[in-house]
Design a protein around this ligand. Structure first.
Ligand SMILES: [Fe+2]
Ligand SMILES: [Fe+2]
Length: 321
């Protein structure tokens, strides 16, 4: 959806962008009680607010000083509360009564091979593969920071140790060339992956990103974050295998394929470690955590599947797909 300066100025996200760059706090104060124009507008607002908590300072510039401004806090809490209620309504009935680790494994088994990945592996043309991957972002994008955030305040024990070793894997076990994000950059450079600005992304992709910001910026949602990240690990292996199959079929080189090949092998191990050493002990230690870990996994599953359905309709089934 194209959205120029005119349309942006009437959306809350457009007004927020202006207010965050203003020299005085006045424009921001006027937004504390404002309502987004649409679901899409809400996602664009929350992504900007989450940036204040998580984006690199070099990208944020002076905006970062508004991180804890009362108007931002009010906006964030109001919009997130409404969204959480919607997410809960969408996953209603999705959680069975099994143990947290077993049920999370079952959600992941159900989700591991969405149709759009089979299309990537077997049928998609080069441009369509890149269009999808530019929006999908791989399993990693910000995973290292997410794992680091997720372990804050966990007691020293198996869960904290599991997240620490997962983080160190993300860091290439100390070898810069093997840092997952470095491998991802190599992939991006090798295929010349296009960058898609937020305003050009579908709402389904925006909400999928914002959901991780939601759990990463609310201490109260730490169990949900454990579940969401666990689902990422448990589904990344098979999905990366499909992507690599597609890249191989289309003649991509080693630089393009290394990131996905590595995750196809490593993430099933990360997923197993996450279940055995994080989910199970945390749910055993605090029974209230089990259902909430599953809630976070179900939220993640819901936003993923909504995005994959969009991608199948918009990319795989389109005449140029
Ligand atoms: Fe990774
Ligand atoms: Fe991983």
């Amino acid at each position: 959806m194209a959205s120029g300066p005119h349309t942006e100025s009437v959306t809350l996200s457009g007004q927020l962008a202006v207010a965050l760059d203003a020299t005085s706090e006045r424009p921001l104060q006027g937004l504390a009680d404002a309502e987004p124009a649409s679901r899409r507008d809400r996602a664009l607002v929350l992504l900007q607010v989450h940036d204040l908590h998580r984006a690199p300072l070099a990208d944020l510039g002076d905006r970062v000083r508004w991180q804890h401004h009362p108007a931002i806090a009010s906006l964030k809490s109001r919009l997130e509360t409404a969204w959480i209620a919607e997410l809960d309504a969408r996953i209603d009935g999705d959680l069975d009564e099994g143990g947290a680790a077993e049920t999370l494994r079952a959600i992941a088994a159900r989700d591991r091979a969405p149709a759009v990945y089979q299309w990537l592996a077997e049928d998609a043309g080069w441009d369509a593969v890149l269009r999808f991957l530019a929006l999908e972002g791989g399993p990693d994008d910000i995973f290292d920071d997410l794992v680091a955030t997720c372990q804050v305040g966990l007691p020293v024990g198996p869960a904290k140790m599991e997240l620490a070793s997962n983080y160190w894997d993300e860091m290439g076990n100390g070898e810069v060339d093997k840092v997952h994000n470095v491998l991802y950059r190599r992939f991006v450079d090798a295929v010349d992956l296009p960058t898609v600005a937020r305003h050009d992304q579908p709402t389904e992709a925006l909400e999928r990103s914002a959901m991780l910001g939601l759990v990463a910026t609310n201490r109260a949602l730490q169990p949900e974050m454990v579940g969401a990240l666990g689902l990422i690990e448990l589904t990344a292996g098979p999905r990366c295998r499909y992507v690599d199959q597609g890249l191989g079929r289309l003649g991509a080189n080693e630089d393009a394929r290394a990131f996905y090949q590595m995750h196809a092998v490593v993430d099933p191990l990360h997923g197993k470690g996450w279940l055995d050493n994080a989910v199970r002990p945390l749910a055993d230690r605090r029974p209230s955590w089990g259902p909430r870990i599953l809630r976070g996994a179900a939220w993640k599953s819901e936003v993923d599947m909504t995005f994959f359905d969009w991608a199948e309709r918009a990319l795989a089934l389109s005449p140029t797909g």
